[in-house]
Design a protein around this ligand. Structure first.
Ligand code: SF4
Ligand code: SF4
Length: 156
């Protein structure tokens, strides 16, 4: 019975007809294609891109309190940071923040534990273009952590 059914399917080209029907069904719909890199697809709100440090949007002041929680939370020890305290100041100044992008698994633990409010000092940005030509450039220093990596703009 099974063999007869298979024989009839191949004689009457059932599988080809099914495939053609699927093709016809999707042909009139607009193409869901982005002309990358000239066009970049918007990412979802919970997307986890390259880590980024944030400042206070109005004053530009440092939001990181140099608590080291992000470095401790990272399972691969990819964050190294340090700061100093000015005499009479309560909050430490962030001196360096090194992040090894090359081994990051984008788990988000570091950003999750960052305690500052209302502006989170450490977030996962929407940047996803991670490629570079050397290992050294995969270590992001404090300036790149604030400003992000330069993104090449292309036009069609
Ligand atoms: S996203 Fe995960 S792996 Fe990457 S630096 Fe943060 S804690 Fe470490
Ligand atoms: S980025 Fe956040 S978790 Fe990391 S040291 Fe600064 S305040 Fe603490």
């Amino acid at each position: 019975m099974q063999r007869l059914r298979g024989f009839l399917r191949s004689v009457f080209l059932v599988d080809i007809a099914k495939g053609m029907w699927l093709t016809l069904k999707y042909t009139p719909q607009p193409a869901f294609t982005f002309q990358y890199p000239a066009e970049r697809r918007p990412v979802s709100p919970r997307f986890r891109g390259i880590l980024r440090l944030q400042v206070e949007p109005e004053t530009g002041a440092q939001t990181c309190i140099v608590c080291d929680q992000c470095a401790k939370a990272c399972p691969d020890d990819l964050i190294s940071l340090g700061g100093h305290r000015e005499p009479g100041q309560k909050i430490k100044i962030l001196d360096y923040f090194d992040f090894n992008l090359s081994r990051c698994s984008f788990c988000g633990l570091c950003a999750e534990v960052c305690p500052t409010k209302p502006v989170k000092a450490l977030i996962m940005s929407e940047e996803y273009e991670l490629g570079s030509y050397s290992r050294e450039t995969q270590i992001l220093r404090i300036d790149q952590m604030y400003d992000g990596l330069p993104v090449e703009q292309y036009t069609r």
